[in-house]
Design a protein around this ligand. Structure first.
Ligand SMILES: C[S@@+](CC[C@H](N)C(=O)[O-])C[C@H]1O[C@@H](n2cnc3c(N)ncnc32)[C@H](O)[C@@H]1O
Length: 252
């Protein structure tokens, strides 16, 4: 079996990430609506990076918000943006918060980086109040294969991503083992026109650091060529995997 690709150094990517990556508005809307987050809610984003999602969620809901991330450089970018979200260092596997503290705990584009996913879901369950929600925004195999423009121009990314990303069935099992109920999937999509491909030239997408140089240059040349003819169609698509901490502990 092919080896799992090496971890990505987010300290090195942080400045470019802050320049180019933004929150997908459909994810923010789904997080707020499905969890019913409002001004009285407490929300934690695990692996918040430069703060794109938790800042947008705070703006949309008025909830009290926390963001944690292990990368000092990603957190420095988050801190530089504004002060209404509490950003701190931390990892998914050990959440430094009291029991039953949050109404919503979520990750976006993070679960494939988490080494001990069982520990994360147990921790998420612990820090959620009864009836609170957990959400994992990630890519299914189908989404990885149909990524636009990434898989179109850099098809070599597909097999690497399939080795990095956990299967949805595995995540469901881990959530159920941790005690989550009402486990359900939703897919959100956001179409856009790409008129500037600097983020691709700068390899802001971590998987572009993991394909061979020749494959990267070949894909980029095709992108540059197509861009000369007009905007490139992009589609940001995510699977949201939801779960709920039961109101009562089930009888064994
Ligand atoms: C692709 S970025 C996503 C950042 C942010 N959620 C967003 O979508 O803009 C992945 C983030 O996961 C963080 N990360 C990596 N391993 C982690 C872990 N074990 N626990 C929590 N976060 C982790 C990285 O430092 C990085 O900031």
């Amino acid at each position: 079996m092919a080896p799992i690709p090496p971890p990505v150094d987010y300290n090195r990517l942080a400045a470019d990430y802050a320049r180019f990556r933004t929150a997908n508005p459909q994810i923010v809307r789904a997080l707020v609506e499905h969890s019913e987050a409002g001004p009285a809610s407490r929300v934690l984003e695990v692996g918040c990076g430069t703060g794109n999602y938790i800042l947008a969620l705070h703006g949309a809901s008025g909830s009290a918000c926390w963001g944690i991330d292990p990368s000092a450089e990603m957190l420095a970018q988050a801190h530089a943006r504004q002060g209404s979200v509490a950003f701190r260092a931390g990892t998914a596997e050990g959440l430094d918060f009291p029991d039953a503290f949050f109404d919503l705990v979520f990750t976006v584009d993070v679960i494939h980086h988490v080494g001990d996913r069982a520990a994360y879901f147990q921790e998420a369950h612990r820090v959620l109040r009864a009836g609170g929600r957990v959400c994992t925004a990630t890519d299914s195999e189908r989404i990885i294969r149909l990524r636009q423009p990434l898989a179109v121009y850099f098809p070599e990314t597909i097999e690497i991503e399939l080795r990095r990303y956990p299967a949805i069935a595995e995540l469901r099992r881990l959530m159920q083992d941790a005690g989550f109920a009402e486990v359900a999937e939703d897919v959100v999509e956001f179409a856009y026109d790409l008129t500037d491909i600097q983020a691709y030239r700068d390899r802001v997408f971590s998987v572009l650091h993991l394909i061979p140089e020749a494959a990267f240059q070949r894909g980029l040349a095709r992108m540059e060529d197509d861009l000369r003819r007009g905007p490139i169609r992009g589609l940001s698509r995510y699977l949201l995997l939801w779960g709920r901490k039961p109101w009562r502990t089930p009888m064994r």
